[in-house]
Design a binder for this molecule. Structure first.
Ligand SMILES: Nc1ncnc2c1ncn2[C@@H]1O[C@H](COP(=O)(O)OP(=O)(O)OP(=O)(O)O)[C@@H](O)[C@H]1O
Ligand SMILES: [Mg+2]
Ligand SMILES: [Zn+2]
Length: 459
């Protein structure tokens, strides 16, 4: 195959350039632009017909079929939820996450459920058939309707899919796939994009749904295939440290459902177990009555759950205070420390401070502000918050407490879990009163400022 020219492709964002750059002009990454050969046959017309891909014709919009294809439920509720209610036939889903977090495990669990009624083709480019088999046995996912294909050549994968005609094709991982007609190495942006495009095309022209597993680096970017997020219908992202039991699967994008949904799982020897009641799970190991601990009802999409925020305030550092935060935004904690120092007059700013969300999950909404500030104050004063009190609210730079969305749902979840006392922004309380949803039997205190809330809780 004669090559006539090269192109230069950023491995981070996928932008193409006619010349090389040390720093990508489009996403500013250093050393990410790599030369790739452009094969002569790349034009569409010159390409040989691909297996499994039928020619399509334009239809009038008025004649477009409006029947939404029936979703394939996996029966794993936490997975069906993040997919928007099950797998849409013909759709393409990217499942991304850090190494070892449980992507292959989740795929195998799903395969086993789908196999009860339809066939699944599981393509492994990373592991041997026996490794996959061993995992399947450990997960009790062995089924004759699951086909395993150890293959990295995308054309062979499509050929196998064409002959097996599975309801779902799983490719683990997309970074290991390659199209031999491209000159570049497997894992390069050009390859990843090309292989994904072929899979998506094959899915769209049949009813086969495809799942692509994609690795993400520690920094959070899907290594290289960030570009895939634009191409696929749905992006699911695994979160949670691999040393922690809880794994959260988050919907980052969904053409067939709402984003911001989460599924919660717990990793064990027999695989991923669904956590249908995350609040209970996250609070299970809580030691009530500790200074520095406070419970916050958070929202993930439409779903409220309670998390425990923990703060530990040390002695003032020699020169520069050490501050770490895991599970909450470091910047948000810094703002809370400044507000506590300036608006409440708490001499906390020079102290070492450590913040954590129990259970290794992360919370990134402003509604957690009050929890952060209260946990810090509680630890600083070495005075515990009533263990049956939950708090939420956004804090402004003047120390005012601002209302947050879905206050009713948060309050109801706290009440359901037996919390008898709630501290919320005054404005939220007014709205909760108006809608007559006050979270059951709980006593609700509406605070206008952080100072009022702290006085009420720890005064
Ligand atoms: N007996 C076991 N053998 C292997 N893994 C186990 C076992 N029990 C629990 N696990 C968990 O399974 C995880 C590996 O899951 P899995 O292979 O699905 O991850 P992955 O995201 O596909 O990783 P990779 O990026 O390496 O493909 C381990 O991190 C571990 O937490
Ligand atoms: Mg894997
Ligand atoms: Zn770039």
């Amino acid at each position: 195959m004669a090559r006539i020219k090269s192109r230069y492709v950023c491995q981070q964002c996928g932008s193409e350039f006619p010349t090389w750059y040390g720093r990508c002009p489009s996403c500013s990454s250093w050393n990410s632009v790599v030369e790739e050969a452009v094969p002569v046959q790349e034009g569409r017309a010159a390409r040989p017909p691909r297996p499994g891909v039928a020619a399509r014709q334009a239809v009038r919009l008025t004649e477009a079929s409006l029947t939404e294809s029936k979703r394939l439920r996996t029966g794993i509720d936490e997975l069906d939820r993040v997919l928007g209610g099950g797998i849409v036939p013909g759709s393409a889903v990217l499942v991304s996450g850090e190494p070892g977090i449980g992507k292959s495990t989740l795929m195998m669990h799903a395969a086993a459920r789908i196999a009860r009624g339809a066939s699944v083709l599981y393509v492994t480019g990373e592991e041997s058939v026996s490794q996959v088999g061993m995992r399947a046995r450990r997960l009790k996912a062995v089924d004759e309707r699951i086909y395993v294909l150890p293959e990295t050549d995308i054309v062979e994968v499509l050929r196998a899919a064409d002959s097996i005609k599975p309801a779902v094709l799983m490719v683990d991982s997309i970074q290991t796939m390659q199209d031999a007609s491209l000159g570049s190495a497997a894992g390069s942006v050009g390859q990843v994009r090309q292989c994904a495009a072929l899979l998506i095309e094959a899915s769209k022209s049949s009813d086969m749904a495809s799942f692509m597993v994609g690795h993400v680096t520690k920094t959070g970017a899907v290594a290289g295939p960030k570009v895939l997020e634009h191409m696929v219908d749905t992006v699911l992202q695994f979160e949670g440290g691999i040393h922690q039991a809880y794994r959260v699967v988050r919907t980052l994008k969904n053409r067939f459902g709402s984003t911001d949904e989460v599924g919660v799982f717990e990793m064990g020897e027999d695989g991923l177990r669904e956590v249908t009641n995350p609040s209970e799970a996250f609070l299970r190991e809580r030691v009530a009555g500790m200074a520095g601990s406070v419970v916050v009802p958070c929202m993930e999409g439409t779903r409220p759950f309670l998390v425990e925020l923990q703060a530990l305030v040390g002695s003032p550092g020699a020169n520069f205070p050490r501050r770490t935060a895991s599970g909450v935004d470091q910047g948000r904690v810094a703002i809370m420390l400044a507000v506590l120092g300036r608006r409440i007059g708490l001499g906390i700013e020079a102290n070492d401070t450590f913040m954590n969300v129990a259970g290794g999950i992360s919370v990134d909404e402003p509604a957690a502000d009050l929890g952060i500030a209260v946990a810090l104050t509680s630890s600083y004063k070495n005075r515990p918050v009533n263990p049956r009190t939950a708090v939420f609210g956004e804090i402004g730079l003047s120390g005012e407490l601002r209302s947050v969305p879905k206050a009713e749902a948060r309050a109801a979840e706290a009440a359901r879990l037996g919390f008898v006392n709630l501290v919320v922004p005054k404005a939220s309380l007014t709205r909760m009163k108006a809608s007559r949803q006050l979270g059951g039997q709980a006593e609700v205190f509406g605070a206008g400022t952080l100072a009022e809330a702290i006085e009420y809780l720890l005064g």
